[in-house]
Every structure is written in C-alpha cells, then in structure tokens.
Design a protein around this ligand. Sequence first.
Ligand code: HPA
Length: 273
Amino acid sequence: MTTAFDLAADAAAFLRKRFAGDHHIVAVLGSGWADAVGVLGAGDRCAISEVPGFKKPSALGHGGEAISLTIGSSRVLVLTGRTHFYEGHGVAPVVHGVRTAAALGCKVAVLTNGAGVLREDWPIGEPVMISDHINLTGQSPMTGDNPPAPLAGRFVDLTDAYSKRLRAIARGASPMNEGVYLGLHGPHYETPAEIRAARSWGADLVGMSTVLEVIAARHVGLEVLALSLPTNLAAGISPTPLSGEEVIAVGKKSAARAGEVLRAVLSAIDAAA
Ligand code: HPA
C-alpha cells in the first residue's frame, strides 16, 4: 500500500531531479505572503501541480509554484501556496508539503499565514511570530496506521513545536510581536462569541491553516518557525465585516514588508546553520 510518506518520497525525488539536489529550508507562503516572493530573489520554478501528490491551491491569494532559490549557503524550497483542510481533500494533502520537504533533506520549515488578530495594539500588515498554537480543527495528521519505521511513532511531542532556537534567531533578524495562534477549520470566519472564547483561552491570532502542518513537520523532525501577517482585527473587534478580499488586499499592500522580514529571517537562519 502506498502511504502518505511514500508519496512524499516520490515528490521529493521529483523535486531533487527538477531542482538538482537536496534543500535545507522549506518556506510555505500563505495568505498575504505569496506576493512577498518577489523580494526573495530569482529562482528555478515549476508548477506545484506537476509535483506528485500536490494539488493546485484553490484558496484566494495563493500561488501555485514550487521555487528553488539560494539564500546565503541555504537552498530554500519555496511553496507559494498551500492546501487547507477546508478545501475538502482530507488532512494528507494539507501536510504533504512539509513531509515532502523533510524527504528532500530540509531541516527547517518556515510557515507563513494571514491571520485575524485579537490584539488591537498589533499593527495590521506587520508580521508577527507564532510562539505556540491551539489546534481547534478537530483534526490530526497522525491518525491512521502508525507511521512506518524508521519514522517516529504517532504520539508527537509538541512541547517545543515552535522552536525556541529559531524564534531567537528570527527576533534578532527582525524584532516582532509573538503570540498564540488558534487554528480553526474554517472557511467561515468566527463569531464574536468565538473570538471572546479564543481570547479567554490565550489566543492572539486566529486562522485556518498551519497547525496541522506544524504537527506533521515536528513528526518528521523539522524545526519550525511560523510567521503570521495580521490582515484584520478578529470578528467582533473589527469595526467592519470580515472578507477574503480584505485579507488579499492587506497581503498585496504588505508584500514588500512581509518579503523583507521573511528574507531577513531566512538569511539569519542560514547564517546560524
Ligand atoms: N479568521 C480566520 N482566519 C483568518 C482571519 C480571521 O479573522 N483573517 C485571515 N485569516
């Protein structure tokens, strides 16, 4: 039987051939970040849908490419979009990118997303760092058969899910606010009552991605750094109704700043390697 890990190995073999060799870091560009890729520099590219197991991202504002570029001495695989659980394909395609990256030799995953923010003092469009998460998707990438040896078992430890080491490096490269990300199923936005509950649980940010990828990434031994672009105040705090178009518009306006922060962070991770 072909497992999700076999499919990731096939995808890695494809990328290794297409981009001539292994990579060190994977960067996943979520809502609001796809336009930041221009700041990262030129690279070799292919359509993500050509790579085994990947779907063309259907979420608004997501690109559909795999790009191989070099930052310092690091080879960086950039995925300009992601598959969300709410797209209805199950959990495996959502985490295929990080599993593929690990099979391609990556040791670090830098995951980005657009998020609603519960902190009125955090500027919209200014990237922040995720320090921990609350997974309310009701899903886990670790259900089903125990992963085949030599992979670790299914009971993934998430104590240090968002690497303290990488957060210190990122902070040094670009000082940022840090907070807890609440991952929800979506694709509808939250009610004001849900946001009040989220606040009482200690959430600073809300979104519909990232948490499942982080769990899968930790399972395959990737060190994780995650950045959010606050695109709107959360429901009930925002003076205006929420919309996907607003998220995209903020991403477009913030592309240069998001790209600058991402480049600084990726360069600092390279320098510390
Ligand atoms: N809620 C959930 N996901 C989001 C939001 C939000 O307010 N903004 C961007 N992604």
